[in-house]
Design a protein around this ligand. Structure first.
Ligand code: FES
Ligand SMILES: [Fe+2]
Length: 384
């Protein structure tokens, strides 16, 4: 117990704790300090989905996003290569641009005092430099701070702040070859997307998004082709996968879930820790539900649909279905957010179909407890 008892300490005893449960407890949801630590230790060390290459084709094209509470920008250089930077002017706290995507021309110019950066991050212009800073000012000391960027499957752009995190390919492990077979690179993004901020803690969303137990109760779909009772799930490392067969009698063989024999035989709901739930209804269709934590009680969800056949009607139907599912989930989460206000409550045991939720909560706790190693956030080429 801490020196100053928390409301949870004061309220201990009414509800017994459940030994060995990994599900999210009320005391982990509303704490601002814990949230800020998670944003550095969990998000700062993870590969975070930032957007896709469709917005990054010409020199000067950029996308903006966040890794935890840090704004970042990915931009195409004059040499055609992708670079990522903190979206933070080296002068003061202004971001360089906040549009989700666009083209900046030859320079990134800060709106506040108009320090201007080349597309490779070098500081090119400081207005009135001699009068403001004198002769010893060296612009080379104030380049934009680079971050790691990797593109998954020729399409999905991920960023990472930690020098010690393994490559994206290692991060996604066995999911990599399965998605390689899907031809994601040749899909196109449907023009409409869903983008909404919800009153929910990001971990409550993660727990829900990896919970296979609630599906047939919260998302009843009479007559659906998908058989929820045939659900199989797997949680290993940074990736979780759930599979619902279109034919319950299909035997999930030894190469489950990533082997080729499962392609097209069911609905996959995957998770790449901690920022994105990719859904694969059928080969050639991909849905990404990206979560962006904003505060302990608000989280943004951005949902995009990618298709390989250009069938806009099918893409609209799919997006409508995901919208309905998101609404059902976030309505349920709103109820949970109220319930989790209780300092008296302790949650119960995880069901076998909450295996993914429990695994993800364990991962969050382990990363949050792990000390930052020396040099973890230092990158070669980073300006001071
Ligand atoms: S904050 Fe960017 S130029 Fe001053
Ligand atoms: Fe759900």
């Amino acid at each position: 117990m801490s020196i100053t008892p928390t409301p949870h300490d004061d309220a201990a005893g009414l509800v017994p704790e459940t030994a060995g449960t990994s599900l999210l407890e009320p005391r982990e949801v509303f704490d601002q300090q814990l949230f800020e630590r998670e944003m550095v230790r969990v998000h700062g060390r993870s590969w975070i989905l930032l957007g896709d290459t469709e917005d990054l084709e010409q020199p000067g094209d950029y996308i903006t996003a966040r890794i935890g509470l840090q704004k970042v920008i990915v931009i195409v250089g004059r040499d055609g290569s992708l670079r990522g930077f903190l979206n933070s002017c080296r002068h003061r706290a202004s971001s360089l641009c906040d549009d989700p995507a666009g083209n900046t021309g030859r320079f990134l110019t800060c709106p506040y005092h108009q320090w201007s950066y080349r597309l490779n991050g070098e500081l090119a212009v400081v207005p009135d430099q001699d009068r403001m800073y004198g002769p010893d000012f060296d612009r080379a000391d104030y380049s934009l701070v680079p971050i790691r960027i990797e593109v998954g499957w020729g399409k999905l752009v991920f960023g990472c702040l930690s020098a010690r995190t393994p490559s994206l390919r290692d991060w996604v492990a066995d999911l990599g070859p399965r998605y390689d077979r899907m031809g994601i690179e040749s899909t196109r993004r449907h023009p409409r997307e869903l983008d909404q901020v919800y009153t929910m803690n990001w971990k409550v969303f993660l727990e829900n998004a990896n919970d296979d137990y609630h599906v047939r109760f919260v998302h009843p779909r009479p007559g659906s082709q998908i058989d929820p009772l045939g659900t199989r799930n797997l949680a290993e490392g940074w990736v979780c996968s759930s599979y619902k067969p279109y034919d319950r009698d299909l035997d999930p063989g030894p190469d489950f879930p990533h082997g080729p024999s499962f392609d097209g035989t069911g609905f996959f709901a995957d998770f790449i820790f901690p920022s994105v739930n990719p859904l694969v209804p059928v080969p050639g269709q991909l849905v990404t539900v990206r979560n962006e934590p904003l505060t302990p009680t608000s989280t943004r969800l951005v949902t995009r649909v990618y298709t390989s056949d250009g069938d806009e009607v099918a893409a609209e139907e799919l997006l409508d279905e995901i919208d309905r599912t998101n609404t059902e989930d976030t309505d349920m989460i709103a109820v949970l957010m109220e319930g989790l206000r209780s300092p008296f409550l302790h949650v119960g045991p995880a069901a076998s179909w909450e295996r993914r939720s429990a695994h993800v909560m364990d991962m969050v706790r382990a990363e949050t407890a792990r000390e930052i190693a020396p040099g973890e956030f230092t990158h070669s080429g980073a300006a001071r």
